[in-house]
Design a protein around this ligand. Structure first.
Ligand SMILES: *Cc1c(COP(=O)(O)O)cnc(C)c1O
Length: 376
């Protein structure tokens, strides 16, 4: 049997172990420490927008604390992109707030600004309140239409929490994803652009917000010699060991982005004459996706085969692919949430497939995947 081609595998550059060794040698095997500080600084420098970065235990934790910083309380409504991973929406429920889901537009597959405004107006009519926050997602690394989304958010004075978990290094108008909203979340889970084995970060605009984030992430301890608490806190900080991996990964981030973009370009080239199959592209040159995963759409009427035909055949050939995210408004757990739709995410879920991507993938692997698709 051939070696399995995986959807997205982590890749270590080599420096990671040096930083972990340093932590062991200096006995900083604890949450917080020099690796955490250095990793946060490296990320802030990389984002180039005078942001404060707080390293946390997960991207989900970053979204949770982000909503707390924006003042989301039980009963509040929060608008969230429907076409995403459940981790974008779950933190809304942690706070006993209510998700309101908004569908995607066809260019970026992300939050449709037209539907966003419709949703805001309709919530105002129905509840006499504005939603407390907006969570757009840069899915698969493709920047959402942040110009339009921020314009609407400003007009209604609603803060934006960007879910940039998949979009480290993606740019819109030359600016990094994660610097458009009031706050933004990154993820360093095993299959993301860089990994810390598991981890995340909250990108903040001000030192005060970063301070608040650290406060809530370390059990909300008041300034007193004894343990005193006036708020409910969390244990969400990143460990000095995980941050050592992250520090090392920063040296290979650009290479990871280049590799994933090269795979997307190669897939595009090799699949260009296959009827009924289209590869996800940047809508125009203002958008620069990191192409975290290369995604294709399979039009069964033209291709003569469905997305599932292709997925099952590739799986039998030891190639891992995955349907696009199942929209949140179709998830049993969110059946009761309001939804403002246009059919886009449902269609993408029906006909979309993520292809193997990632720094460990070779050109031969891409050619093999394409040949197998052509054979189906
Ligand atoms: C991975 C991911 C998250 C959650 O990040 P974790 O670090 O796994 O908690 C959130 N949103 C999106 C879109 C993701 O892909």
């Amino acid at each position: 049997m051939n070696k399995r081609i995986w959807l997205s595998l982590a890749h270590m550059g080599g420096r990671e172990q040096d930083f972990i060794k340093e932590a062991f040698d200096t006995n900083w095997v604890v949450p917080l420490g020099p690796n955490v500080d250095a990793f946060e600084k490296a990320l802030a420098d990389y984002l180039q927008d005078d942001r404060q970065v707080v390293a946390l235990s997960a991207g989900t934790a970053a979204l949770h604390l982000g909503l707390i910083l924006l003042g989301v309380k039980p009963g509040d409504e929060v608008i969230c992109q429907s076409f995403t991973f459940a981790a974008s929406a779950n933190p809304i429920s942690y706070l006993e707030a209510k998700p309101v889901f908004v569908d995607s537009e066809k260019d970026t597959w992300n939050m449709d600004p037209v539907l966003l405004e419709e949703a805001i107006k309709d919530r105002l009519r129905k509840t006499e309140k504005l939603p407390k926050a907006i969570i757009p997602v840069h899915l698969y690394g493709m920047p959402a239409k942040m110009d339009e989304i921020m314009e609407i958010a400003h007009r209604y004075d609603i803060p934006v929490l960007e879910d940039a978990a998949e979009a480290l290094g993606s740019k819109l108008n030359g600016q990094m994803c994660g610097v458009f909203g009031e706050l933004a979340a990154l993820s360093f889970n095993g299959n993301k652009m860089i990994t810390t084995s598991g981890g995340g970060a909250l990108i903040c605009r001000t030192e005060e917000e970063a301070k608040q984030t650290k406060f809530y992430a370390t059990q909300a301890r008041d300034a007193a010699p004894h343990y005193q608490h006036t708020h409910i806190g969390y244990n969400y900080r990143m460990s000095n060991i995980c941050a050592g991996i992250g520090r090392g990964q920063m040296f290979v981030l650009e290479e990871h982005i280049a590799r994933r973009r090269a795979h997307q370009a190669l897939y595009t080239n090799l699949l260009k004459d296959v009827p009924g199959i289209t590869v996800m592209q940047n809508p125009n040159d203002r958008f620069q996706s990191n192409f975290w995963l290369t995604c294709i759409l399979v039009d069964p009427k033209i291709a003569g085969k469905t997305r599932e035909d292709i997925r099952l055949k590739l799986n039998a050939e030891n190639i891992e692919t995955r349907p696009l995210w199942k929209p949140m408004h179709l998830q049993p757990v969110f059946v009761d949430a309001p939804f403002y739709g246009n059919g886009t995410s449902e269609r993408l879920f029906d006909i979309g497939l993520c292809l193997p991507s990632g720094p460990m993938l070779t050109e031969e692997d891409v050619e093999k995947v394409v040949n197998m698709i052509k054979r189906v």
